[in-house]
Design a protein around this ligand. Structure first.
Ligand code: KIV
Length: 271
């Protein structure tokens, strides 16, 4: 188990203090009770109930199809397991863009029905009205800039964002807007490490990178990718800590063999 100091429960204020002390923030995704329990008991600082559940749990090609009810289901399962980590829930596509009153209602449903600690939303200036309204209800927001997968149909690819100066400049401005609005942190996804370092220096709130280099305040990965459950995804930024696909595959093949050969159950495995 890895625990930062003697903090009993991670809050947004603890993350702020970690940035000030230069202590890195470790964040991973989880979508269910069993995995969330392992992550929490291992000492992870932040659990993200990401809308990547749409890909890794439901098998969709993008994050767009997942619904608010499905996100609340995943978040409630995670919350039943967690005692220490801060739990942040992605607001799914279509629940906060365009109508700030609907955005607030969606955020309230997530907080009330799952018991989570905060929400995450993608975008900058264009979602500012929703950000303001959600924050006005006392709901903490983790912002998300750079490659924002809910905009895949606009981007066309999952390539590195903000490589040109115009997009980099918009990202800098958005980061400032989101900080001034009162967001407690910003996820920076797949942008040049130099730009991520610059934004991290510029804002007082923590930045959490994914494919954004090592000059940010923390890192996040999708659990299924870092455990090697999902083998079809291998971008440069991903470090695989395990090859769980092979481990599970081999165990299942072994089990099938035992059943077919009548080796399982043995005398000692029955009543
Ligand atoms: O949904 C997700 O898992 C995310 C992370 C990749 C940051 O947004």
């Amino acid at each position: 188990m890895y625990l930062s100091g003697s903090v009993p429960k991670i809050t947004t204020h603890v993350l702020q203090e970690m940035k000030l002390k230069g202590e890195k923030i470790a964040m991973l995704t989880a979508y269910d009770y069993s995995m969330a329990k392992i992550l929490d008991e291992s000492g992870i600082d932040v659990i993200l109930v990401g809308d990547s559940a749409s890909n890794v749990m439901a098998g969709h090609k993008t994050t767009l199809p997942i619904t608010l009810n499905e996100m609340i289901y995943h978040a409630s399962s995670v919350m039943r397991a967690v005692t220490r980590s801060l739990v942040v829930v992605d607001m799914p596509f279509g629940t906060y863009q365009g109508n700030s009153k609907e955005a607030l209602q969606s955020a309230i449903r997530i907080m009330k029905e799952s018991g989570a600690n905060a929400v995450k939303i993608e975008g900058g200036e264009e979602i500012k009205e929703s950000v303001d309204r959600i924050l006005s209800a006392g709901i903490p927001i983790l912002a998300h800039l750079g490659l924002t997968p809910q905009s895949i149909n606009k981007f066309g690819t999952y390539g590195v964002r903000a490589k040109d100066e115009r997009e980099a400049d918009k990202l800098r401005q958005d980061a400032k807007i989101l900080e001034d609005a009162g967001c407690f942190g910003i996820v920076l996804e797949k942008i040049p490490s130099k730009l991520a370092a610059e934004v991290t220096q510029m804002v007082r709130i923590p930045t959490i990178g994914i494919g954004a280099g090592n000059q940010v305040d923390g890192q996040v990965l999708v659990l299924h990718d870092m455990l090697g459950i999902n083998q079809s995804f291998s971008p440069r930024f991903l470090r695989r800590y395990h090859n769980l696909y092979n481990e599970i595959h081999d165990s299942v093949v072994h089990y099938i063999g035992d059943v077919k050969s009548k080796n399982f159950p043995s005398d000692s495995e029955q009543y």
